[in-house]
Every structure is written in C-alpha cells, then in structure tokens.
Ligand binder design. Sequence first.
Ligand code: NAP
Length: 350
Amino acid sequence: MTIRVGVVGTGMIGADHVTRLTTQVVGAAVTAVFDVATERAQQVAAATANASARPSWEALVTADDVDAVLIASPGPLHPDQAIACIAAGKPVLCEKPLAATSSEALRVLAAEVAAGRRYVQLGFMRRYDAGYLDVKAAMADGTIGEPLLAHAIHRNATVPDFFRGEMSLTDSLVHEFDIFRWLFDAEVAAVTVLPVKTSPLAAEGMRDPQIAILEMAGGEVITVESFVNCQYGYDVRCEIVGSLGTVSLDNPRTTVVIAAGRRSERVPADWQARFASAYTRELQGWIDGLAARIVGGPSTWDGYAATAIAEAAVTSYARAERVDVRLVDKPPLYTEGGPIPDRAVSVIQR
Ligand code: NAP
C-alpha cells in the first residue's frame, strides 16, 4: 500500500521532506506540492516522479490523489491548513509550531476534538532521535533513580537576519519545551526567561544568549540555554540528574582526529545534519501508522502545550518575571494510554 502525500510549503524543510519521502521512506509517494513561491513548487515537482504542483493549498488538501498532507509552510499558516485537512478527513503531519499563539492552537484542538479522532501529528522529530530515546529509556527504567532536574543547551551557529529574540523561544526552544514534557511525562507549570549578558555578535536589539527555567508540574526544574549566534556549529545537549545518577545526551560521535597535540571531533553544522535520521524515522513512523490506519506520535495537544509554554516564555522575556503556564483541560481524545499522548492513537477511516 502506498500513501499518497501532498506537501504544502516547499521551502527549506518542505523540500527536504519531499526528498526523504521519495528516496528514504518506504510506502509513501509525493503526488502533489504547493508553495506560494510557484517556481519553487514547480522545481520540486519536476524533480519528483509523479508529482505535480497544485494551484492552491486548498486544492491540494481536497485532491483525490492525496491521502495525507505534510504542512511545511510558515507557522502562522498552520492552524487554517491543519483545520482544512481535518475537515477533508485527511491525516496531517504538521511541522512545528502548531500555531503562533495558544488561542490559534486551540482552534485546531477544537476542530480535531469535534471530529472525534486524531488527524494531526506534530513535527517534534526529536522524539524519534536515537539519543533522546536512550535518555528516555534510562529515565524510565530506574537507572538514574528518580529524575530531579535537567540542564540543556541549544546553540545555533547563526540565524537569518529576520530572526528576533522572541524567536529563540517560539522557534528554537519550542523543541526543548516539547522534549522535556515528553521526557518527564509532565506538563510545564511555569517558565522564567533570564536576561544574560548579550553577545557582541548578536543582531541589534536581540538578547542572545538567554536562559529559560522550566518548572515542571511534578517539581522538577530544567534550565535551558538558548544561544543562536554561538558561531561554532549546531550544538544540542542535555543532562538529566536523578537521585542515583545522571544521563547525558551529547552530540553523536563521529570521527575523532588526533594530531599536533590535540584531540578533536566535529560539531554538527546545523539541525539538518544533527537530526537527519530522526526526520526519516519520524516520517517512516507516520507513514507506517497511516498504512495501519493509525495516527500517533506528538499530538495536537503537544503542539498546543508547547505553544502555550513559548507564549508564557515570551511574556517572561518581555516583563523579566516568572510566568505560570495555564492550559485548558486536556480533552479525553489525548489522554488514552497515558498522561502524554504519544501513545494515544486514533484510527482513520478511509
Ligand atoms: P521556509 O524555507 O521559509 O519555507 C516555507 C515555504 O512556505 C516558503 O517557500 C514560503 O514561500 C512558503 N509559503 C508561504 N506562504 C505559504 C502558503 N500560504 N502556503 C504554502 N506555502 C507557503 O521555511 P522552513 O524553514 O522550511 O520552515 C517551514 C516550517 O517548518 C516552519 O513552521 C518551521 O518552524 C518548521 N521547521 C521545522 C524544523 C524542525 O526541526 N522540525 C526545522 C525547520 C523548519 P515564501 O518564501 O515566498 O514566503
């Protein structure tokens, strides 16, 4: 069985996903693409066997030769596009963030709850990374005792000119917000963003680095450094401290060079290099689920919760104070199988 996928947004990650779906993922074919940059969409379609560019994202979503949709357009467009997929009865893999604001995210949640089943999987691909899966296993099997706190760093070499200080929280740290909810199987109760001495290389008006402190509902505390102009590469690491020991996630080890009195190894250049296999596993998992008529993985609830944390973090950034994260009651659709619904699944009828 081949799942026919339509891709909305053929920019950086959308084009990458088209390549992955057609060259690495088993059981999928990209039949349709759309981008407002029509030339970009046409180029991607021309390079993809049996795919064609469509005149609008609405036409793509409702096309008969599209079974499922991958949304890789800019974040603020995700709610309308995801809701249209739900209305059309098409499962959707929606890149992060689910929405720019928590009220927008709640619109998607309401549409899915009204439909009575899950359609949306969020693009929180770190949950498919071998390193994070190992960390979760060590936290779950008692190896480090009771997890108490964590330290994390999230560094990018540089960011584009349009990047602003808030985007460190809404675009970059949103991955950290999701992964720590998932690792600790708990919601974030409050967030504080601390001002740090700003790098002389940060863009004008931008505060970089920043420290976010997450207080989990269970009392655990997580410190996350965000530094998006670190210059030297892409560096995502964390250490979980438990009552009996710690578990650390380092950069995947590649080649070690020993020469001229030094021992050195490469740092990934960017997120594409660091998380390449996580993206493939994410997409393969999505397609395998759809072939079994199941939608699993990070849910609309996870997308809403991460957006609500980012929103609280932006408020904390602006006011320099601790901000509570307030969530609506979790609908039963997202509670099957555990407190964090990566195991909650629904069956799509086609
Ligand atoms: P990008 O390179 O700017 O690509 C977005 C594309 O969508 C652009 O070609 C843009 O065209 C197009 N677009 C604008 N309006 C559209 C519409 N109404 N319908 C369809 N396409 C439209 O951005 P990107 O880096 O690929 O990011 C896309 C999304 O993926 C973002 O939400 C981002 O946060 C997410 N992302 C996730 C990860 C991850 O690790 N999971 C990594 C990277 C990005 P114009 O350029 O003409 O506006």
